[in-house]
Design a protein around this ligand. Sequence first.
Ligand SMILES: Cc1cc2nc3c(=O)[nH]c(=O)nc-3n(C[C@H](O)[C@H](O)[C@H](O)COP(=O)(O)OP(=O)(O)OC[C@H]3O[C@@H](n4cnc5c(N)ncnc54)[C@H](O)[C@@H]3O)c2cc1C
Length: 472
Amino acid sequence: MSPSKIEIVDQLSALVGEANVISDAEGMGRFLREPRKRFHQSAQAVVLPEDTNALQAVVRWANETGTGLIPQGGNTGLVGAQVPLSGAEVIVSLAHFDKVRDVNAAAGHMTVEAGLTLEKAQQAADAEGSLFPLFIASQGSATIGGVLSSNAGGIQVLAYGNARELCLGVEAVMPDGALYKGLNALRKDNTGYDLRDLLVGAEGTLGFITAATLKLAAKPEGHETAWINVASPAEAFALFSLVRDRAGTTLSAFELVPRFGIEMQLTHGMLERDPSASPSPWYVMAEISRPKGGLEGVLTDALAEAFEQDLVSDASIAQSLDERANMWRTRENMSEVQSREGASIKHDVSVPVAAVPELIERGSAAAGKLIEGIRPCPFGHMGDGNIHFNFSPPVGYDNAAFMAEAPKLHDAIYEIVLDLGGSVSAEHGIGQLKTGLLKQVKDPVALAVMRKIKGALDPNGIMNPGKMLDEF
Ligand SMILES: Cc1cc2nc3c(=O)[nH]c(=O)nc-3n(C[C@H](O)[C@H](O)[C@H](O)COP(=O)(O)OP(=O)(O)OC[C@H]3O[C@@H](n4cnc5c(N)ncnc54)[C@H](O)[C@@H]3O)c2cc1C
């Protein structure tokens, strides 16, 4: 028989200490509220183990009692993977796992615990003259365990890869309570199946990551950052090819922003003036991270060529750190400004980078047929083929009526994405938001293997039940 809430709290308190168990509604509130305010379930309790021994004890208890456990880091996930589905679960916060264990800048790696925020991990690398090159807008709260478990991407994937590519090894408490000691700093290790690659991107369904060894990069000597006017996504792609050819792996960001995004920022007071002298239907923000001793002016030279080829109509290169920060702010305001504008129907999708213009053209046309006057706002990491294909309602349209149209719009956009060989979840994951969709679109062989892996590692289904694979 499942234990009652009182029994759960008593039993967990015996395992991790009374001070590390929260069960009142007010205390649990911040662990239950997720950024998009879509999911509203309660939990039996929130537990905050202080070390791996205590965490292992909680996992063994969960197997004995059949209680679902939800790993939680910074609670910034956007697909509801870190919050309860049924209310019968216990949230396990890794907040006490917040130490920097070792930074070896000379060898290019560091080992940190899973509850450390991404920003603190970046600061630890920076203090030793090195760079941990994973940047997302939520980095002040998002944790290493969370970014690895959701294989976060962000704004510099182009040069450095996503979380998976930045991870050398992990330590983890597996679903049976065993401690996997995989914290190695090896760049080469061909000794069979790699548990690290299973745990990264598993959204907490295959165990708790407790620490990780991460790759460090050399700190760039400087950046060249430009805000560039282009006529269309097709020109943006041509510009991308040109700049990539000239800059190689020093091209660290290539972001696309539509005029509509700038107009919204001006309307809502997030931007004082237009980012370039003349308005343009589309903008690219490109950045080069110049290595020590690297040549200056690579981006300027590439843009001069792009002018000659009529790919761009105007461009400004940041002349100071402030100007660079302003360009980044304009790009990063894009998510926030849409919520100020009203309802927004969102799609975090990716396609092969050359197909981005077709995705935007076909997706905008299909949406316009469904809802006359709909305002497409596709923006994001064009260099990775990852577009946040969002839509705002026609002016004056009722927000609730607009959101009621979301399923039709999703179907139309995902159909185009799949037709172009893309993915319906580029960087935010599956969580509880896209479990149904995963079943529809994932290769059936891959889906069957995923289910077998889950069943083999977590036969009692205690790890983040119902997330990603909703049969468990
Ligand atoms: C403003 C904003 C901007 C964002 N920008 C980006 C972006 O550019 N790119 C991007 O990829 N994402 C982005 N995100 C999404 C989010 O920040 C990332 O998914 C982040 O990686 C989640 O980290 P977290 O610590 O908050 O994890 P949580 O939200 O707490 O959890 C996320 C998932 O990881 C699991 N998990 C957490 N910790 C562990 C652990 N120790 N062991 C096992 N599983 C664990 C959870 O169960 C859940 O499945 C953004 C979010 C916000 C709010």
